[in-house]
Design a protein around this ligand. Structure first.
Ligand code: GCU
Length: 672
C-alpha cells in the first residue's frame, strides 16, 4: 500500500493516452560518467521507467528522442549559455548530430541533476515535453536544512520519529535511506544540511563523530549537498581543556583553527558552522563581554582558508530585559552592522519572537545593510499543531518574504534583502528547521511533506508563489486529476490561516501551553522566566488585551523603518491581523466588521473551528480518488485537528472571558 515513503517522487504511471508522446522524447539517456551525472541518469531512468512503463537505456551515442546530459566539460556541441550559473540548467528541445533530442545542460554536473528533476516534474505534473526551452538557476547560494537532531537520536521539536542519523552505527552502516533523503532534497534544490541540533554538544566535533559525519557527507555529495555542523561555542574548554572560550584569546582562536583543519582533513568539502550563542543558556562571546561579531569572525577566520562559512543565529532573548523580548535581537545585532566577516551570514527567524502562527517580519531585515542576512524558517510545526494539524506553511513564508522593509524605499522586500540584490551582497541563503525523522513517511504526516517541498522551492526562488508550489506538490503527491487538484490546493492555501484563527487570532501570540508547546495555555503563569509566561504576550486585563509596542509601550515599532512602521502606529488603521501584536486595545474597541473586539475575538476563534470542519468535509469528498491508506491517515489527522481546534477555541475564550467579563455574542456557546 501507499505509505508516503516516495514523497513527491512517486513516479506512478501517467495516463495511457500521454505515454507514447512522452516516450518519443525519452528514448535513451546519453551522458558522461561522474557520480552526479550517474545520479541524474539513474533518476531519469527511475522516473521515466515508473511513469512511462519502460526504462530508457543509457547510451553513449545520440539517437532520435534521446535525452542528452551535457556540461561545459562535455557539451557535445550544444551551446551552453556562458552566464549559466554553476547550479543552473537549460532544458532545450533541439537537434544534435542531425537527431531531434532534448538537451539537459548544466553549469556543472549538479546543474544537470537539477535539470533532470525539472524534466521529470514536467511529466509528473502533466505538462508537455515538446518544444522545451527552459533556463533556471537558484537565486540563493545556501539552501539548507537545519536538523535539530541530538546525538542520542532525539529530535528537538521533531514530530516524525527519531533522527535519520544513526550515530551509533555510523560510519560503518550508512543507511540507504540517506540516498533517498538526498534525492528528495536535490529534487527541490536543497544543497546543505546541518546535521546536529543548534543546542549543540561539543562531542559532535570530536574525531569519531567527524568520521560518522563524513560518511553522511559522502552519500549526499553526488546530490550536490554539503554538510554543516552546529558548533558549541565553549568547545575549546570542553574538548581542548582551555580555561576560556573568549574569542579574543589567541589560544582559543588557535584551537578553532586546529579544529577546522582537522574537520577539513576528514570532510574536504565541509560547509561550515551554525551557531546558537548566548541564547537560552547556550555559551557565547557575550560570556566574555564580546560581541556576536567578534565571536562569529573568530570562527569564520578558522574556516576561511578552507572555504567554509558561519551561519550565526540572531535568535537571542533574555530574562534580564523583561520589557519586550521582540526587541532584543535588534538591540544586540544592529549596532554590529558592517563588522561581520565576509564568510559570515546572520541567520534571522522570520519574526522577532519564535515561529508563531503569525508574526510581522523581523525588524532586523533590512536594518543591517552591510551584513549578509539569511532567513530561518521553521518547517517543523512547533507552534502550529506539530505533524498532526494540517497547516501548509508556504503562505506564511510568502507573507514574510514579500513584506516591505522600506529600507531603500518602497519595494525593499525581505526577499530582496536575503537574495542580496538590495544591498549588493554576494553570499546569500535560507535555512529551514527540518521536519524530517525516521517515520516511514519522513515528516509524520502526508501533508507535512508539502512544507519540506515548499521550503526547497522558496530557497531556490524566494519570489515563488505558494499557490503554484501547492499545485505542483498536489499533482506530484496526490493526483493530476483537475478535480482533485482544485480541491486540495484551496484547502492547503487556507489551512495556516485556520490555525491562526483557532490558536492566536488578531495578532495574539505565544498562548500555547508550556514545555511541549502543543495545546492552549494562556492562563499559565509563574514560569521561571517572565517572557515564558503567556500573559507577558497577551496582557489581557479588565480594560482590554494586546501588547502595546507603540511609544506608549515598548516602542518596538521604532525598530522598523518609519515607512514600514507607519501603517501599524494607529490601532484604528492597523491591519487587524497584527492588531494585538502592536496594540493594547479596549474590549469594546470597534473593529472593521462593526463588532466590538471581544465579539470579534469570539467570532474569529469560532471561524477557525469552522474552517477545520470544512477541511475535514472537503477531504471526505475525495474518498475513492486517493489511495485508501493515505486517505485514512489524513482523515484521522483532520478528525483530531477539528477536536483540538475546538479545544483551543474553548480554552482561550473561557480564559479571556474570565478577564473581559463579557457575554458571548448571541448564538455562540462555550461548553460548561
Ligand atoms: C524555540 C524552541 C527551542 C529551540 C529554539 C531555537 O525556542 O522551542 O527548542 O531551541 O527555538 O530556535 O534555538
Amino acid at each position: 500500500g501507499e505509505d508516503g515513503y516516495d514523497l513527491w517522487l512517486r513516479y506512478r504511471p501517467v495516463e495511457a493516452a500521454k505515454i507514447s508522446d512522452y516516450k518519443t522524447r525519452s528514448s535513451v539517456i546519453v551522458t558522461a560518467k561522474s557520480p552526479t551525472l550517474d545520479a541524474a541518469a539513474s533518476e531519469l531512468q527511475r522516473g521515466l521507467g515508473g511513469m512511462l512503463g519502460a526504462t530508457p537505456p543509457n547510451s553513449s551515442t545520440i539517437a532520435d528522442g534521446a535525452i542528452v546530459l551535457v556540461t561545459p566539460a562535455d557539451n557535445r556541441g550544444f551551446a551552453i549559455p556562458a552566464d549559466l550559473d554553476r547550479e543552473g540548467f537549460v532544458i532545450k528541445s533541439t537537434t544534435l548530430d542531425g537527431h531531434p533530442v532534448t538537451v539537459i545542460a548544466g553549469g556543472s554536473d549538479v546543474g544537470v541533476l537539477y535539470g533532470a528533476f525539472r524534466y521529470l516534474k514536467l511529466i509528473q505534473t502533466g505538462q508537455t515535453t515538446a518544444g522545451l526551452d527552459i533556463q533556471d538557476a537558484p537565486k540563493l547560494d545556501l539552501r539548507v536544512l537545519d536538523h535539530w537532531d541530538n546525538l542520542d537520536g532525539h529530535v528537538e521539536r521533531g514530530y516524525a520519529g527519531t533522527s535519520l542519523w544513526d550515530w551509533w552505527r555510523l560510519p560503518d552502516l550508512v543507511d540507504t535511506r540517506y540516498t533517498d533523503y538526498a534525492r528528495a532534497n536535490a529534487s527541490i534544490g536543497i544543497n546543505g544540511a546541518v546535521l546536529n541540533n543548534v543546542n549543540a554538544k561539543a562531542d559532535s566535533l570530536t574525531e569519531p563523530y567527524l568520521k560518522k559525519a563524513a560518511a553522511i557527507a559522502e552519500t549526499l555529495r553526488p546530490y550536490g549537498m554539503k554538510i554543516y555542523l552546529s558548533a558549541r561555542f565553549s568547545a575549546p574548554m570542553e574538548l581542548g581543556g582551555l580555561k576560556t572560550a573568549d574569542p579574543e584569546d589567541p589560544a582559543v582562536a588557535a584551537w578553532w583553527q586546529m579544529k577546522a583543519n582537522e574537520i577539513y582533513s576528514i570532510i574536504p568539502d565541509f560547509g561550515g558552522f551554525l551557531v546558537k550563542a548566548n541564547s537560552e543558556g547556550q555559551p557565547g562571546p557575550g560570556d566574555y563581554k564580546r560581541t556576536h561579531a567578534q565571536g562569529a569572525n573568530m570562527l569564520a577566520k578558522a574556516l576561511k582558508p578552507h572555504g567554509g562559512i558561519v551561519m550565526w543565529r540572531a535568535f537571542v532573548y533574555s530574562e534580564h530585559d523583561a520589557t519586550d523580548r521582540a526587541k532584543q535581537a535588534y538591540l544586540e545585532f544592529q549596532p554590529s552592522d558592517g563588522q561581520f566577516a565576509d564568510n559570515v551570514l546572520v541567520q534571522i527567524k522570520n519574526g522577532a519572537i519564535d515561529f508563531q502562527p503569525r508574526e510581522p517580519f523581523h525588524p532586523l531585515f533590512g536594518a543591517m545593510p552591510k551584513t549578509q542576512q539569511m532567513m530561518e524558517f521553521q518547517i517543523t510545526k512547533e507552534y502550529l499543531g506539530f505533524a498532526t494539524h494540517l497547516a501548509y506553511l508556504a503562505p506564511m513564508w510568502e507573507e514574510a518574504l514579500q513584506a516591505d522593509t522600506f529600507a531603500k524605499g518602497k519595494g525593499s522586500t525581505v526577499a530582496n534583502v536575503i537574495d542580496g540584490t538590495l544591498d549588493g551582497h554576494k553570499l546569500t541563503g535560507m535555512a529551514g528547521v527540518a521536519n524530517i525523522g525516521d517515520d516511514r513517511n519522513w515528516t509524520g504526516s502526508d501533508f507535512d511533506q508539502a512544507n519540506w517541498y515548499a521550503f526547497g522551492r522558496f530557497a531556490w526562488n524566494p519570489e515563488s508563489k505558494s499557490a503554484d508550489i501547492a499545485t505542483d506538490w498536489a499533482r506530484m503527491t496526490w493526483s493530476n486529476d483537475p478535480k482533485v487538484v482544485a480541491t486540495i490546493v484551496p484547502m492547503m492555501m487556507g489551512s495556516r490561516e485556520a490555525v491562526v484563527h483557532y490558536m492566536t487570532p488578531l495578532g495574539l501570540a505565544h498562548l500555547m501551553d508550556t514545555g511541549h508547546h502543543y495545546g492552549p495555555g494562556p492562563w499559565v503563569s509563574e514560569l521561571g522566566r517572565p517572557e515564558w509566561n503567556p500573559a507577558y504576550y497577551h496582557k489581557a486585563d479588565a480594560n482590554g488585551i494586546g501588547f502595546d509596542r507603540t511609544k506608549t509601550g515598548s516602542n518596538a515599532l521604532a525598530q522598523y523603518h518609519p515607512a514600514a512602521a507607519k501603517p501599524w502606529l494607529d490601532p484604528k488603521k492597523t491591519d487587524e491581523r497584527f492588531l494585538l501584536w502592536f496594540h493594547h486595545v479596549p474590549w469594546d474597541f470597534k473593529m472593521k466588521s462593526g463588532r466590538p473586539l471581544w465579539d470579534e475575538l469570539v467570532v474569529t476563534y469560532s471561524q477557525g473551528v469552522d474552517e477545520v470542519s470544512a477541511m475535514r468535509k472537503t477531504w471526505a469528498g475525495l474518498e475513492g480518488q486517493i489511495d485508501a491508506a493515505r486517505f485514512d491517515a489524513v482523515t484521522a489527522n483532520l478528525t483530531i485537528q477539528e477536536r483540538e481546534a475546538q479545544w483551543w477555541r474553548d480554552a482561550c475564550l473561557t480564559y479571556f472571558q474570565s478577564i473581559s467579563k463579557r457575554p458571548l455574542p448571541a448564538g455562540l456557546t462555550l461548553p460548561g
